[in-house]
Write a protein that binds this ligand. Structure first.
Ligand SMILES: Nc1ccn([C@@H]2O[C@H](COP(=O)(O)O)[C@@H](O)[C@H]2O)c(=O)n1
Ligand SMILES: C[C@@]1(CO)OP(=O)(O)OP(=O)(O)OC[C@H]1O
Length: 160
């Protein structure tokens, strides 16, 4: 079974007033935004980590250091494009991705079709390969207190 490989990603970012809120490649209107060295798009970051993990290519911070001024405020879609290139250079193509964003507010369901379309374009894969889900944490923990956002992703890649 060398033709198929799975990968997993997990990431957290703080939410604070005065920051833009980028998620799944689109900008959301909310009183808080995500804090990071990049645009802090936690959904894209977990997709990158899952893809890199599946191809055994380390992780996002290994390729795009959060100490490097080159990546200050960078659009994470640029990072995802580069990760897709790294994965394709190894002879892999994306099978499907499944992700879950943990966020207390706002509701993400109305925005998910636009996120899926955006990510499909960036990754060069059909929308049907991309699943995005959302959950609150029932007001428990850092997500529940609206102090942060987290996300999980699994991905299947296959040799072409
Ligand atoms: N930020 C969120 C969180 C959840 N949803 C949707 O609501 C459903 C119920 O959430 P629970 O945390 O109570 O299980 C969830 O299944 C999502 O469909 C959302 O859109 N945005
Ligand atoms: C995306 C990068 C880019 O420097 O920075 P951050 O936005 O801080 O995100 P994180 O997931 O904490 O680290 C990965 C970094 O590669």
């Amino acid at each position: 079974m060398t033709n198929f490989r799975i990968g997993f990603g997990y990431d957290v970012h703080q939410l604070r007033e005065g920051y833009e809120f980028w998620l799944g490649g689109i900008k959301l209107e909310h009183e808080k935004g995500a804090v990071g060295h990049s645009d802090a798009d936690v959904l894209i970051h977990v997709i990158c980590d899952a893809l890199l993990g599946a191809a055994n290519l380390r992780d996002i911070g290994y390729h795009f250091s959060d100490k490097d001024p080159k990546y200050k405020g960078i659009d994470s879609k640029i990072l995802l494009r580069e990760v897709m290139q790294l994965v394709r250079n190894e002879g892999f193509e994306v099978g499907n991705i499944d992700s879950t964003v943990c966020l207390q507010v706002p509701k993400l369901n109305p925005h998910i079709p636009e996120m899926k379309a955006c990510l499909a374009e960036v990754m060069g894969t059909p929308i049907s390969n991309i699943s995005i889900k959302a959950t609150t944490t029932e007001q428990l923990g850092f997500v529940g207190r609206q102090e942060g956002i987290s996300a999980y992703c699994v991905v299947l890649i296959h040799k072409v």
